[in-house]
Structure formats: C-alpha cells, structure tokens
Design a protein around this ligand. Sequence first.
Ligand code: SF4
Length: 389
Amino acid sequence: MQPRKTRKIRIGKLVIGGDSPIAVQSMAATQTQDLTATARQIEVLEKAKADVIRIAVDSEKDVEALKELRKKFPDSTWSVDLQENYKLAPIVAPWVDKIRYNPGHLFHLEKEKSIREKVEFIVEAARKNNCAIRIGVNCGSVDPDYKERYKDDSTESMVRCAVDHCEMLDEMKFENYCVSLKDSDSTKVIDANRRFAAERPEVPLHLGVTEAGLPPEGVIKTRIAFEQLISAGIGDTIRVSLTLPNDDKGQEIDVGREILTDIAEGRFRSVPENFLEGLNIIACPSCSRVENDKFVDLAQDVRKMTEYAEKYKLTIAVMGCRVNGPGETDDADLGMWCGPSHVNLKKGTETLGSFSYDEILHQLKKEIDQMILEKFGELEPKFGELEPK
Ligand code: SF4
C-alpha cells in the first residue's frame, strides 16, 4: 500500500484525505419526495454504516422533502447531487454537508452565463454553509466542449475537465473539495484517476466504477479498479455502484468495506482469466430518477435471458432513466433505458423504438440473435430458438 498524498478536507463531521480512513459512500435510489421510501432507504444505508449518503435533488420540492428528512436524521452525513439544477445550491446547502456538481451538466440552464459564473455561484453557497464540493466528472455526460477537444481520447477529456474545474476553485480560494472521474469501464477508471493524481496529487479523490451493474460482475469490475488505485495510494472515498433492490442497497457499503479490508491486508483477488472477454452487461445503480420500479427486475432478467450468448463479445447496457440513459448507452452494442411505461432500445447510436416492459426482452433477444449473425457470422442459437422467460 502506498501512502496517500492528498490534503484533508471536511464533509460535515467526517474528515477525508491524507491518512484518514477511506470513507464508504452510497446513494438513496428513491424519489426524494417519497418521504417514507427515502427515510427507509436512509435507514438501510445507516444500518450498513455508510459514512456519507448521497441524495438527489432536482427541484425546490425535493429540497423541501430533504429538509423534512433532516429532522429525522440530524446527525447523518449527507451529500447532495445537484443534477442539472445548479441554481438550487443556496437553498440546499444549509441542509447538507457536501454538494456534488457535474461539470457536464452546467450548460443546461441559463446558457447566457459562463460556466465560471455558475461554478462561482455553487462555490459561494458551499462557502457560506461550510459544505464540501465534489467535482463529479462522468463518462456519459462529459462537457461537450471537452468531448469535442479530445475526440480521440475520452479519458483525457474527463481529466482535462476535472483539472480545469480544480483550477477554477483554486482561483476562488475554495479548498474544501474533492474530485471523481467515473466510467463504466474499470480500465478507464484506473487510467483517468492515475492521470489526474499525477497532475493534482493533493486533491482528494472519490472512486467509483459507474454502472458496474449486477453482482457479482459489478463487484468484480469495481474490485479491479479499486485494487489497482487504492494500493497505489489513490482514493479517499469510494462508492460501489450496484444494481440492487432498494432494500438491499446496504450491500454497496458491505462490499466496499470488504474490498478495502482485503486490499489493506494484501488479499488481492485475481480476476478470472476470461472475465469480460465475452458478453458484458452494464447496468446503472438506479437513483431518484427511475420512473418505474421494474428497472432492477429488468436488469436481472436481461442477464438471465442473455446467458445463452455469454461467449460473444457484446456490450448490453440497461439504464434506469430517460435523462442519462441515452448518453450512457452510447458505447454499448445494444442499449436500453427505462421510461414510466416503456423501455427504449437502441443499436449503437440507431434508435430502434420503445417497447412495453412485457415486450422488451423479446425484442432484445431478436436484436442479439441478429447481431451474433452479423458480427460473428454464427447462427447459433438459431434465430428465435430461445424465447425469453
Ligand atoms: S442512468 Fe438515470 S436512473 Fe440510472 S443512476 Fe444514472 S441518473 Fe439514475
């Protein structure tokens, strides 16, 4: 284990960075305004001893819901995800300990304002309320300017964007921040965090493989990245993003702690020789944006139905919402994202249509069979031979 070189920052009562223990975080996957479900979700995560719980806030009504929840959980350490609505920062900051903003989402609102002005607005809200900030860069929503500038190196587009935002915060004399660089591909997570840490070794990093998917594959993908990074002294907080029913979300914390203990004790799990050489299923961990609870079942059914195609090197993505789903499925051979009553299906960048939850597995099966024929010239299994369950 190499020592970490990061500076310490404060998230409420929690200190991360430097020689502080690596904190384990998770996120409430419920609609924030559903107070009963969200309180239940927070209880599940607190019982699992989450160090930080992230809650999504998309509207003023979500902020009102969060205030209500705060009364019930006055001592919990909370991070809030601003999603597209950076304007909520001043009204939400008094109730939370950390604000996460995604640089790739800042251009949505008030296009006449510069990104710097918007960052300044968030920083002032955080400063006034003693909040930490996370600059959260995500592969599926990289700022379009950086995407364009680094067309041939998607990892570099993420790193450059993060480094530039750090410089902005430095110029604003705000130090209480950390950074995350997430991708669904473990090797890109390793690469991005290594490149960033080489340039800004003092900035604390939050690690995660986004859309790692269902256990056990999601756990293995995460472990690959964490073993490489944490043993090299990179990573101050972690999240294991798994596609799980809400009541089982505590597993994200349990798995995170198990991985940290194994690394600290030198128990590195070797990855199966042919891991991800065949079919790769990516699935998001779900959050407040999921509009139909059938999403987790669908992800599980997709994995079961596709077992017959395990040997083919194909990537299938299943995402929980219509906001990030289209972007997050861009790199998959076949991508799906869920709406309230329908699931959208695309092949590469071509949209194939939207199908009911009852129809989608059948359509997906047809497309997989066709793709096996086109890409691998094989007719095995015969087209339509295996019907989805
Ligand atoms: S894809 Fe949508 S539902 Fe899934 S975690 Fe991302 S924002 Fe939430």
